[in-house]
Every structure is written in C-alpha cells, then in structure tokens.
Design a binder for this molecule. Structure first.
Ligand code: URP
Ligand code: ZN
Ligand code: ZN
Length: 479
C-alpha cells in the first residue's frame, strides 16, 4: 500500500516546511515537492493542514487489573480510540503483582496486547525484589526490547515499591542501560491520611484529594530524584501534578541531573473542584492518582512544559465505568483510581496550548511525540516526519472543530473528563504504519495490526556514567 499526503505543511519538532509526504510499506520514503510517485498511490489532500508525527502516549493502562477490577478499555478499543485522536503509539505498563514473576507478567500483557490496532510498547513495573527480579530485568532488556522500569511509590499493601526495592532496581537499571520511572506519591502518608479522613467521617470522593495533598507528591518526587542522584542514574517522573514536584525536578535539572517529567492533559486542564460535585458518580469519575489539583498547580505545570522542565504529555488512560467506581460508594479509598483521555490528549493540548500561544506548533510536536521518542529511545523511527521513519502520521486540521463527549468518543468508558469542551484543531486523517486508519470521524482499523515496538538500551550514556564512576571510585583511607 502506498499513500501520498499532498499539499500539507510538515511540522516537526525542529522545523516547519511545505512538503508532500509519500509512504510505502509502512515507512516514509520521500518528503518534498513534486515527488515522483507511482500512479496507483492513494492521495490524501492535506491542503491547509499540518502533517505531524502521530502522537506517542507514554503512559496508558489498557485492561489493567487494578483495585479489585479490570480497566474497561482493552488494547483493541484503546489503541483504536488513540488513532481517532491522532495518537499512533502507546507505551503501556506491565505490572506484576507482588511476588509475581516478571517474565510471566510480560507474557500475560503481550497476549493481551496482540489485538492492538496501533503500535505499542511496554514499561515493566518493579513491585518487589529478589534475585529473580534482578535476572529478569536483564532478560527483558537484552531479549525483549525494554529500556524503562516503573516504580510505584504509592499503593501500599499492593504494588508499592519500598525504598529498598527502588534502590536495587535503579542500580540494576543503570547496569542495563535502562531508565527508572516513578509514580511519586508517599504511599505511607496516603495510607495514614486515608485512615484519618475516614475517622473524621469523610467517606466521599472529596476525601481522595484530602488524603493525597501536594506535599505527598513533593516528598516522593524529591526522594526518587535524590535516590537517582546518589546512584547516578537518570529518572523519569510520570504524571507530575504539583508545583512541589515540578520545583524539585527544576532544581535537579538546573544542577545538571538527568531528570525528566511527564504531565497529563487532565492535570493541565482540570482542577480539584470536581471532587466537590454533589453528584457522587461525577465526583468519583474523577478519582485518579495523583488527584486533580487546585488551579495554581495547573498554571505552574504549563510553565513547566513551556520551559522544558517537563518534556512529555500523557494521559494515564485507565478507564473504569460508573458500575466499577461504585465499589467505593461508602469508602473513597476503594474507588478504582483512573480516568481516560488517550483519544483527546492531542486536541485538548492543541486547543489550550497552541491556540492560546502557550506552545508553538513545533513545541506541540515535541511534547506530544518527539520528546517521548527520544527519552524512550525510539527516535527518529517514531516522533519524526523523516525519510525512513515509521509512517505513523496525523494530518491536523487547525480549523476543524468538535465538542468532546462520552456520547461520541471511541473510548470504552461511560464518562469523559473533558465533556462539553469545544476544541478547534483536530485530526482529519491518521496513518498507522502507512495505512489510513482514521478519516474524518471514521475508523478503519484492523484488529492485531499494531506491532510491539522494541526499545534498545541507552548504551553510550550509561557506558560514560559507568566509566566516570570507575574513575571516581571511592578509596579507603590508609591508616
Ligand atoms: O489513578 C491512576 N493513575 N490509575 C492508574 C495507576 C497509576 O497510578 O498510574
Ligand atoms: Zn501512577
Ligand atoms: Zn498510570
């Protein structure tokens, strides 16, 4: 199959240029004007539109077994919804239960993901520690294309990683050329504050943000960053939602530490007033961790994105419908944590970022795809419109409009946190591996067409760190 995208303006992270894009066999093979292409090539008219790398959402949880239930969105429906919103690659999470073998969990998630319609990759969570975890981390990097490991500092008595586990895992990641990532919330504080709220008679969703105040995130972010600093390993913080966490990232980066931060579209746009909604179901639908924050944090997060101290945007797409959220009707602490967004991330960010002048189009490309591709080592195969790259592309109509609604979205969830938002700037066409999979509201996806994307380790950077450490080896004082 070959496709010529004609008449558009190509927008990459580095530049913007008028050019046609010709794709064949899943790859971009020519970019320029007056291209010489076979007469049978399908033509997409991109006149007046932008041709950009398809979005990469580096943080999703399709069909995650979590908090006594399973996320309602699976790899088929979730990746299809992503394509409808211009996102052509997700990085999901393999999350072994405590004591579960990492390889077993990896095979389990791989089976689930076979039905994906777009490309996907995985981070693996390290939720516990022993020699088998040490060994399996090595096998995952050397044989299965992993270069990132996740650590949940929250969810005590479930998947929370202790400091001991984190130190062991971060050290192992350094040996392997992989990057540790963290969900930064102090799980012990959350646990105790939840108990305290309930003792005070607070059982509704408003108890959720009260038991996870910003300091809970600030403390954990700082601890993770300092642990990484002590071990000389880079670190990536997922879903940064507070000024406190951003400050610690900014400080570390200004001191030369390799620290990366991700922000969710939801945390940029939605504030904590949602938890005061008198309608329990609506309030519970917003229960996710970290919670939505008071407005001043949103402004700080935008500045973090604009200044480059936060590099990526994600959704933490983790869907639970009203009947699932209802499990916590009498106790907010057991409402399954998660909200959706994989379909809406690009359009809400364009509308509130590019249309407002907060971000240039090139910065939009950076924070929706290129930076994630670079941090997780799949650039320029992904996150770039360049010859040889995967033909994962979005044709973006800056004049197109839509009103976001759960009634019309493709996500398998009965609620949309952006409900009613009118956005200007939407995808008109999405290509996945050179195939047209979405056109003006219509999905044309094939179950199982998505590929698992292997991500190589960061050999050169880590070699340099290891060499530096070797040279600076501490020596005992001779007495
Ligand atoms: O509330 C959330 N974020 N649910 C998914 C698991 C996680 O913490 O990322
Ligand atoms: Zn998380
Ligand atoms: Zn998550």
């Amino acid at each position: 199959m070959s496709i010529l995208i004609k008449g558009g303006t190509v927008v990459n992270a580095e530049n913007t240029a008028r050019a046609d894009v010709y794709c064949e066999e899943g790859k971009i093979v020519q970019i320029g004007e007056n291209l010489d292409v076979p007469s049978e090539a399908e033509i997409i008219d991109a006149g007046g539109q932008y041709v950009m790398p398809g979005g990469i959402d580096p943080h999703t949880h399709m069909q995650l077994p979590f908090m006594g239930t399973v996320a309602s969105e699976d790899f088929y429906t979730g990746t299809a919804a992503g394509l409808a919103g211009g996102t052509t690659c997700i990085i999901d999470f393999v999350i072994p239960a405590p004591q579960q073998n990492l390889m077993d969990a990896f095979h389990q998630w791989s089976d689930w993901a076979e039905k994906a319609v777009s490309d996907y990759s995985f981070h693996v969570a390290v939720t516990w520690w022993d020699e088998s975890v040490h060994k399996d981390m090595g096998t995952l990097v050397s044989d299965h294309g992993f270069n990132s490991f996740k650590h949940f500092m929250a969810y005590k008595n479930a998947i929370m990683a202790t400091d001991e586990t984190m130190v062991n895992s971060f050290s192992r990641a350094l040996e392997l050329g992989a990057i540790p990532t963290v969900h930064a919330e102090n799980g012990e504080l959350v646990f105790q504050l939840q108990r305290k709220m309930k003792e005070m008679g607070i059982t509704g969703p408003e108890g959720h943000p009260m038991s996870r105040p910003p300091e809970v995130e600030g403390e954990a972010a700082n601890r993770a960053i300092r642990i990484a600093q002590a071990l000389d390993v880079p670190v990536y913080l997922v879903h940064v939602s507070t000024k406190e966490a951003l400050e610690t990232i900014t400080r570390a980066r200004s001191e030369g530490q390799r620290v990366f931060g991700e922000v969710l579209a939801g945390h940029l746009l939605i504030d904590d007033s949602v938890y005061l909604d008198p309608d329990w179901d609506r309030a519970a639908a917003h229960v996710m961790s970290p919670p939505f924050r008071p407005k001043e944090h949103q402004e700080a997060l935008w500045r973090g994105l604009q200044s480059g101290n936060l590099q990526t945007t994600a959704t933490d797409h983790c869907c639970f419908c009203a009947d699932q959220k209802a499990a916590g009707r009498d106790d907010f602490s057991i409402i399954p944590n998660g909200t959706a967004g994989v379909e809406n991330r690009m359009e809400v960010l364009w509308h509130t970022g590019v249309s407002t002048g907060r971000l240039t189009m090139n910065e939009f490309v950076k924070v929706t795809s290129t930076n994630a591709a670079q941090i997780f080592n799949i650039h320029p195969r992904k996150g770039s419109v360049s010859v040889g790259a995967d033909a994962d592309l979005v044709v973006w109509d800056p004049q197109g409009t839509k009103t976001i609604s759960a009634k019309t979205h493709h996500q398998n969830i009965d609620f949309n946190i952006f409900e009613g938002m009118e956005v200007k700037g939407i995808p008109s066409h999405t290509l996945s591996n050179g195939k047209l999979v979405y056109k003006s509201g219509e999905l044309m996806v094939e179950r199982g067409a998505g590929n698992y994307v292997k991500r190589p380790p960061f050999a050169s950077y880590y070699d340099a760190v290891n060499k530096r450490r070797e040279q600076k080896k501490p020596t005992a004082v001779k007495r």
